[in-house]
Design a protein around this ligand. Structure first.
Ligand code: V47
Ligand code: SF4
Length: 393
């Protein structure tokens, strides 16, 4: 095989092993030559690639793009409601509209109080995520964003998935373009990656048939990108989908990214099976998770960043992902997101202060770098020594 760029000695040893499958060797060569992988290559990586080869290749690409840096940002979440008109089978979080007594819904003032709790603290982003409540309409969220921006103009507002946006725009009888423009003007700056699940209708119709479909999800991100907004993309993996559904999902995202360049980050989300209608499905193994991250890094060649959400994976697996393609960790300060703890996330109290998160990254041999939502670097923590007090708080 030809290797024209500098490769780590460990990677070369692995790739030169006589026992290496010939298809994997061919795909590895493409990775080293920075050639795009086909969908068939992607499925082959899942089916035939062992964890050592996939990890070494993904790490090679990760270090080629980002060296040793691992990004994190300081954000907090607002969850306006857990009431939801939709019936996704994997969801442990939503309470159906008809069972409202079990649900919560926050007023605009209550949500502003959450924002005010962070006054004077160096957070850079608020992530608004929740269920789809029929009474929380476009005007309600426009008012919320205007008030957040009036209170704290420098706070980046990342919020609302295409699931919520599609519902709001339809109710307001607006086209997606008109609706997105209004949200953007009111202060919405980026879209998070949620609601993507698995795009292919064979799977989507079984796990979340009643919310926006794959094409609708992609169209809302396309329009957001055309308005100059950035966004993330997720994939809910490890349930009833097959490998080719994962590749199909990543292919649709890769094509949209070729068109717009508006995605920052890809976030594979591990399906957790507590308290939902898919509880009978076993969760993926740690090896399965690390293979997922590795293939994502290799296949999504036009996505700059690959993010792991540590409260869902647990701290130890999150550290491991940093050697399997991941260059960004999410879930920093005071992250009380209920959507995951209810689904059986590894961390029942998913909060880490900056020192603890930076230390977790350092212990994995990487350099922690604080970023803002669009990956401007704020501070390199490589040489920072934390006190015991900072680490214990
Ligand atoms: O779309 C729901 C997932 C997502 C379960 O963009 C579950 O920075 C696992 O997308 N097991 C919403 N996952 C959250 C999300 C997100 C999270 C962190 C950062 C960003 C970002 C986006 O949560 C849903 C769904 O895929 N989810 N139930 C479950 N049982
Ligand atoms: Fe509603 Fe989101 Fe849960 Fe689906 S995943 S039921 S859209 S809160």
């Amino acid at each position: 095989m030809t290797t024209t760029i500098a490769t780590q000695p460990g990677l070369l040893t692995i790739l030169n092993a006589a026992s290496l499958d010939k298809d994997i060797r061919r795909i590895a060569d493409k990775v080293l030559q920075q050639e795009r992988l086909t969908q068939e290559d992607g499925v082959t990586l899942f089916e035939k690639g062992d964890i050592g080869v996939l990890g070494a290749l993904a790490n090679h690409v990760r270090e080629r793009k980002h060296g040793n840096k691992t990004y994190f940002n300081r954000n907090f979440h607002i969850e306006p409601t857990n009431v939801c008109v939709f019936t996704c089978k994997f969801c442990s979080y939503s309470r159906l509209y008809k069972n409202r007594e079990e649900g919560w819904e926050l007023s605009i003032d209550q949500m502003l109080d959450i924002v005010k709790k962070y006054d004077g603290q160096p957070v850079t982003e608020v992530h608004i995520v929740g269920g789809v409540h029929p009474k929380m309409n476009l005007d309600f969220f426009i008012e919320l964003m205007q008030k957040i921006k009036a209170h704290r103009p420098d706070l980046h507002v990342k919020g609302f998935t295409p699931v919520e946006l599609d519902y709001m725009f339809r109710k307001a009888k607006l086209s997606t373009e008109e609706g997105m423009k209004k949200m953007h003007e009111a202060g919405l700056q980026s879209l998070p990656g949620g609601g993507a699940e698995i795009f292919h209708p064979d799977i989507r119709n079984q796990i979340c048939h009643d919310k926006v479909d794959g094409d609708g999800w992609l169209e809302i991100h396309r329009i957001a990108h055309k308005l100059g907004m950035h966004s993330n993309a997720t994939m809910l993996y490890g349930h009833i989908e097959e490998y080719w559904h994962r590749i199909d999902h990543m292919e649709r995202l890769r094509q949209l990214q070729d068109e717009t360049g508006g995605f920052n980050t890809f976030i594979p989300l591990k399906f957790r099976n507590k308290q939902n209608d898919m509880a009978h499905i076993p969760e993926s193994t740690i090896v399965g998770d690390l293979k997922m991250y590795s293939v994502a890094r290799l296949y999504m060649d036009n996505f700059p960043h690959l993010k792991a959400y540590w409260p869902m994976l647990g701290r130890n697996t999150a550290q491991l992902t940093l050697s399997f393609g991941v260059n960004d960790l999410d879930g920093t300060i005071d992250d009380t997101t209920k959507i995951y703890s209810m689904a059986g996330s590894e961390e029942q109290n998913p909060s880490m202060n900056t020192a603890q998160l930076a230390m977790l990254i350092k212990q994995a041999g990487r350099i922690p770098v604080e970023r803002d939502t669009v990956y401007n670097e704020i501070r390199d923590y490589g040489d920072v020594v934390f006190s015991d007090e900072e680490l214990l708080n």
